[in-house]
Design a protein around this ligand. Structure first.
Ligand code: UDX
Ligand code: ADP
Length: 462
């Protein structure tokens, strides 16, 4: 039996350890977090994050070889042979690299905590996404100890996407493990390869040097986000030219060199990773004297911000250039479907833009309202939070669909239309609604990257 500790019980640490525990009943896994409320929720059937299939996986191992704890960190650290670190690494908001590089304060505190409580050698694994060469910093903190201990630091970035985390962890495209090319480094890498080999085919486990592993995580997210910004840029052109962005993405996606995935035009991408990781990449390029490379990747973020702003501007101009006092139902707060996460959600960016226009917002989401209230901060007092979409749309001038929850596509839009103010507008920021049907019901329908379907002549000066 190996004792494994994970520090940080968030979107990454919790699901990852639950799946490791499920497939490795021979190992004892403890997930520690400083947030006691979160740990109490992990120990209940009301988990702190909404993720399809997660509760079932947790229930199979919890109390057997999977434990969630907010206390006794000294003992947990001392007993563990392997420690995964998945604490949060948000973008820095102060000092050097503010708005660009990662804030490593939680991370460094964790390293120092590990050092303080260790009396044996350990393998330390970076699971959080981190700037390249952070492993070096962790090694420097850990291995300049007076105790004569050796800590082997590995990088094992997580590629799961929220909403499909369990599926991604059960059948990953690949598992990436980076370590030093030294006997101790390679031995540690092999230990972690063997851990994943309990359920992941060996040919899907890739081993690299530490820096390649750290950089690959940033680059994977940058490439994925770049595809979305690319198709979103084309969506703007489609709206001007009469081309249909879904037809364009289908046509180009059939080229096997391009492939069909991640070509869905939308109101924009969100989530805790894309923006943060690209900013890390940009900062890295700048600090390495590569301003052209930095500017190239920064454009992916700027295009995303443009897409969000364009969506708001389109709503304003379509609704006769004023939203002041108009009730608008916002369908979706989460940054994507099947998650309660609202970090960097385009829905909240659109809400802020509409609030600046003094619109009267009713925000509706099946699982993300609590997080939305926190993330909106002071603006939350100007928003009504409503779980029932029929109540949200009652008396509204417009609906904006900002998260692709399946439930939003299945509503009775006849009933909704009858309860709205005329003329009624639908702005489908995720292209999930049957546009022709919506138009037939009576809505003026705006989609991303398509011509609007209207019941009146559009103002040609917009
Ligand atoms: C992403 C990566 O996919 C994952 O590998 C990494 O570990 C973490 O970051 P995540 O942010 O959870 O995962 O979700 P993802 O499915 O990648 O979606 C990100 C955003 O892009 C969402 O807002 C989604 O709605 C948007 N998106 C995605 C599009 O707008 N169009 C697409 O075609 C795909
Ligand atoms: P991610 O999406 O990367 O998993 P989260 O913010 O969801 O990020 O989770 C990170 C978790 O790490 C949080 O629950 C936070 O309380 C926890 N955390 C931060 N610092 C420490 C620390 N020093 N010790 C234990 N847990 C920590």
């Amino acid at each position: 039996m190996t004792k494994i500790l994970c520090i940080g019980a968030g979107y990454v640490g919790g699901p990852t350890m639950a799946v490791i525990a499920l497939h490795c009943p021979q190992h004892l896994i403890t997930v520690f977090d400083i947030n006691e409320k979160k740990i109490a929720e992990w120990n209940s059937d009301n988990l702190p994050i909404y993720e399809p299939g997660l509760l079932e996986v947790v229930q199979q191992s919890r109390g057997r070889n999977l434990f969630f704890s907010a206390s006794d960190i000294a003992r947990h650290i001392d007993e563990a042979e392997i420690i995964f670190v998945s604490v949060n690494t948000p973008t820095k908001t102060f000092g050097q690299g503010a708005g660009r590089t990662a804030d490593l304060q939680y991370w460094e505190k964790t390293a120092r905590m590990i050092l303080e409580h260790s009396s044996t050698d350990k393998i330390i694994i970076e699971k959080s996404t981190l700037p390249v060469r952070t492993a070096q910093a962790m090694e420097n903190i850990l291995n300049t100890n007076a105790k004569g201990l050796h800590f082997e630091v590995l990088s094992n970035p997580e590629f799961l996407a929220e909403g499909s985390a369990i599926q991604n962890l059960e059948k990953p495209d690949r598992v990436l493990i980076g370590g030093h090319d030294t006997p101790k480094g390679q031995k540690a890498v092999q230990t972690i390869v063997d851990l994943y080999a309990n359920w992941v085919p060996r040919d899907r486990i890739i081993t690299t040097n530490l820096w390649s592993s750290e950089l690959s995580k940033l680059v994977a997210n940058a490439f994925l986000a770049q595809r979305i910004s690319s198709i979103n840029a084309i969506s703007a052109l489609c709206e001007k030219t009469g081309a249909d962005v879904e037809e364009v993405s289908y046509a180009i996606g059939r080229d096997s060199r391009i492939g069909p995935r991640f070509l869905k035009a939308s109101v924009g991408f969100g989530g805790s990773c894309f923006k943060k990781d690209i900013l890390n990449l940009v900062y890295l390029c700048e600090s390495q004297g590569l301003p052209e490379v930095a500017a190239y990747w920064e454009q992916v973020i700027l295009m995303n911000e443009y897409q969000e702003a364009r969506f708001v501007a389109n709503m304003v101009s379509s609704m006769f250039n004023t939203l002041a006092g108009k009730r608008i139902a916002i369908f979706g707060a989460a940054f994507k479907a099947n998650t309660s996460d609202t970090r960097e959600s385009p829905a909240l960016a659109v809400c802020r833009g509409l609030l600046a226009e003094k619109a009267d917002l009713v925000l509706c989401d099946p699982h993300a309202l609590e997080n939305a209230r926190v993330d909106l901060g002071e603006d939350a007092s100007r928003v009504t939070f409503e779980k029932d979409p029929y109540v949200a749309a009652d008396g509204a001038h417009a609906i904006a669909v900002l998260t692709e929850w399946e439930a939003f596509a299945k509503l009775d839009y006849h009933r909704i239309f009858d309860a709205m103010v005329n003329p009624s507008f639908i702005f489908d920021g995720r292209n999930i609604l049957d546009r022709a049907k919506m138009h037939e019901i009576g809505f003026n329908v705006y989609s991303v990257g398509k011509q609007p379907l209207l019941h009146f002549k559009q103002n040609s000066t917009d």
